[in-house]
Design a protein around this ligand. Structure first.
Ligand SMILES: Cc1ncc(COP(=O)(O)O)c(C=O)c1O
Length: 400
């Protein structure tokens, strides 16, 4: 089986078209041996791109897989009318909550290191989730948890494509082989292909975004649980970043499966600026993640703010997310009425097929509306629109 994906301007690995990863390949671009430069350094720095060549012989120390990549880049229109490119919640916290939060943050002892065990936040999150505090691992956003999962378990990393770009980046950064399983024509999950790839490549970690970004599609939730039951030597991650918009979770199954990890983030429910995510798993698995967690990964301000939000702001977050779910239906219907092919979505985003994505992106950008576009490949004819406020939808529809 061959697994591959087209390139994505936001994915460092794909910029130079090196994202095609063969499931059954002999030489591996992610191989730590070649990454570490144990083999011959085939390309001399003088032959590299100007920015790398400027580093001189040091450039030859950069792992080959990183040399052709670019940093994560989000273009910003000159004037911003509607920011619909990062799947954030469009609503700021109300003044009352801000004021109370400000008072809490004013008391934080910034002269001290943060609590490495995040005890207050842990207690608040455990109570909120109905789990034991020892089951929770905190990350500087779920991005960091993805990287920690790749660091904690040795072996290939499997994920469907297209999916969240950081799965690939995290695998690449660890020098791990990436096993990419293409989604079907309507971005449905090819369960049989995933099972076959697990059997053949024996990944250490499988990431399933439920629902998926950037497609918004919600695959069968139970599939993650079935994989966990069938492959005890593989960590199965149920990435529930968009839980507030999908309303379904595998949290209840964690107790029965020592290799199932539920991953959540506060980013999509109004707190993207905080950078707080967490996983819930068996305490033993959480203990392994703790071994790779940077001790002070959550600042004292992060911890205090997240604790406050969990204790006081969840009803507000949930109510605003419900508004976005309603707006998703309006916007999808309005776009479909205009003849666009809109993928069904269970997240706060819509993947929309357009005739000329670059032109649409440029037109919207000129109108101050920032949406996500993709490079050549599978998603080249699509734009991804974050569902915002009704006013932002109106601005988008006027400018399209
Ligand atoms: C599926 C998925 N998982 C994880 C993340 C990372 O979220 P954060 O690092 O902000 O917690 C995102 C962000 O877009 C995402 O779409």
């Amino acid at each position: 089986m061959q697994v591959s994906q087209g390139s994505d301007p936001f994915c460092p690995a794909s910029v130079a078209g090196i994202c095609s990863v063969q499931v059954s390949q002999g030489s591996d671009p992610f191989c730590p041996a070649s990454v570490a430069g144990i083999g011959p350094r085939a390309v001399r720095y003088a032959d590299m791109s100007d920015d790398l060549a400027a580093l001189g012989p040091l450039a030859e120390r950069i792992p080959p897989v990183l040399r052709a990549t670019a940093a994560y880049h989000v273009p910003v229109p000159p004037t911003l009318v509607a920011k619909l490119d990062a799947n954030e919640l469009p609503y700021p916290l109300p003044l009352e909550l801000r004021t109370k939060l400000g008072a809490v943050l004013a008391e934080v002892a910034l002269e001290r290191y943060p609590d490495p065990a995040a005890r207050q936040l842990r207690a608040a999150a455990a109570k909120h989730l109905g789990v034991d505090g020892e089951q929770i691992t905190f990350g500087n956003g779920s991005d960091e948890l993805i990287a920690m999962l790749c660091a904690a378990f040795a072996g290939p990393i499997l994920y469907p494509v297209p999916s969240f770009v950081y799965y690939r980046m995290a695998a690449m950064n660890r020098g791990l082989p990436a096993v990419e399983v293409p989604l079907g024509p309507r971005f449905e999950l090819d369960e049989a292909a995933v099972v076959q790839a697990i059997r053949e490549r024996k990944p250490s970690v499988v990431f399933l975004a439920l629902p998926n970004n950037p497609t918004g599609t919600l695959w069968r939730m139970e599939f993650a649980v079935e994989l966990a039951a069938a492959h005890r030597d593989t960590v199965i991650v149920s990435d529930e970043a968009y839980l507030a918009y999908a309303g379904v979770t595998n949290l209840d199954h964690v107790a029965a499966h020592p290799n199932l990890v539920v991953m959540r983030t506060l980013s999509k429910i109004g707190l993207a600026g905080l950078r707080v995510g967490f996983t819930v798993a068996h305490r033993e698995l959480a203990g392994v993640l703790e071994r790779v967690r940077p001790p002070y990964n959550l600042s004292s301000l992060d911890q205090a703010a997240a604790t406050f939000m969990i204790e006081h702001a969840m009803p507000w977050c949930e109510a605003r997310a419900a508004e976005v779910v309603a707006e998703r239906a309006h916007l999808a219907a309005a776009l479909a009425e205009r003849g666009f092919d809109v993928l069904p979505s269970a997240a706060n985003l819509l993947l929309v097929r357009v005739v000329d994505a670059k032109a649409v992106h440029a037109k919207l950008s000129a109108a101050g509306i920032s949406v996500r576009m993709f490079g050549p490949g599978r998603l080249s004819d699509y734009i991804r629109i974050t569902v915002g406020t009704p006013a932002e939808s109106a601005a988008l529809l006027t400018s399209l």
